[in-house]
Design a protein around this ligand. Sequence first.
Ligand SMILES: [Zn+2]
Ligand SMILES: [Zn+2]
Length: 354
Amino acid sequence: MKTVVVREPGRVATEDAAPPREPEPHELALRLHSVGICGGDLALVRGRNPLVSYPVVPGHECVAIVEHDPGGRLATGSSVAIYPTASCGDCRACRAGRFNNCAGMQVLGLSDPRGCLAERFVLPRSQVIPLPAGLGERAGALIEPLAVASHVCDRSALGHGDTALVVGAGAIGLATGLTARANGTERVLFADTLPERVEVLARLGFADFTVCREDDLIAWVKERTGTVDVVFDTVGLTSTAAVASAVLAGGGRYVTIAAAKPGHRIELDYQAFYERELTLVSSRNYTPADFRSAIGRLERGEVDPLPLRTAVYGLSGAAAAFHELLEHPERNVKVLITPDDLLGTTPLLTGVQR
Ligand SMILES: [Zn+2]
Ligand SMILES: [Zn+2]
């Protein structure tokens, strides 16, 4: 079977590998449906992801199809979302359901080198979330960024009628905007350095977008909405924190989503935080409950993530998929990889291949 391996930074290859072993009673045999590539995967390929050691099979944003459930609970052919995080299950955080706060947490395709970019794989039942009929085919691996966004929105204590600024209109920023809107946010503003983002934002129904930075961005927000109740920051720099402290209304929340790099520091305007009683809250990954929230929103038709998918590649073209995303961030949001024989079989898996 085909599997994607990064043996060293800079080298993505599709290789032939032995099929996976038979599942044990607590496991499932799965076939790949789709994997999404994200910034963490690009950092992995560039050799800049502190969680990764090589060789590694990448892929943590994944929907799969059940091939065999020895426990007999899930039907062969049904779709599941992969919960890519394994936690100890026993620490205080895990016992409280905050699996993403477990110190022993491992993520498939990153800190755990057995990722999902393979035609078939075996995973424990605890890492599999059953999907309603048809949803896997419709949304595929786009479910994962929506689960990230569910966690982000929960962390932000978003209220009905709130306004929000999203700094960075990549997959997570866009998924956060979609989820915030579905949760009753009245107006969501976006800022990004790529002017091309205006197209995907228009397809998603968002009209407030700027490429302004820093002082100009502050002036732009003030002109549009005066202040905002929440700033979602997918960038995480002192300069973006300065924007947040300038535009947040009293009691506002500054939600940092950017994956932290080693030694990553942000300087804050404490005077602004104190005087307007602002809150800083970080948001990392998700829990299974966040996947279930995202799945519910998709099922009820409250979010349509399809415009996030900008290209689809077969497993054989994985190197080209990574290359496309590394070389052309301006024309891509989410690049999906699917088994070669699924390419073109559904609207989700029929996309541009450059
Ligand atoms: Zn990811
Ligand atoms: Zn734990």
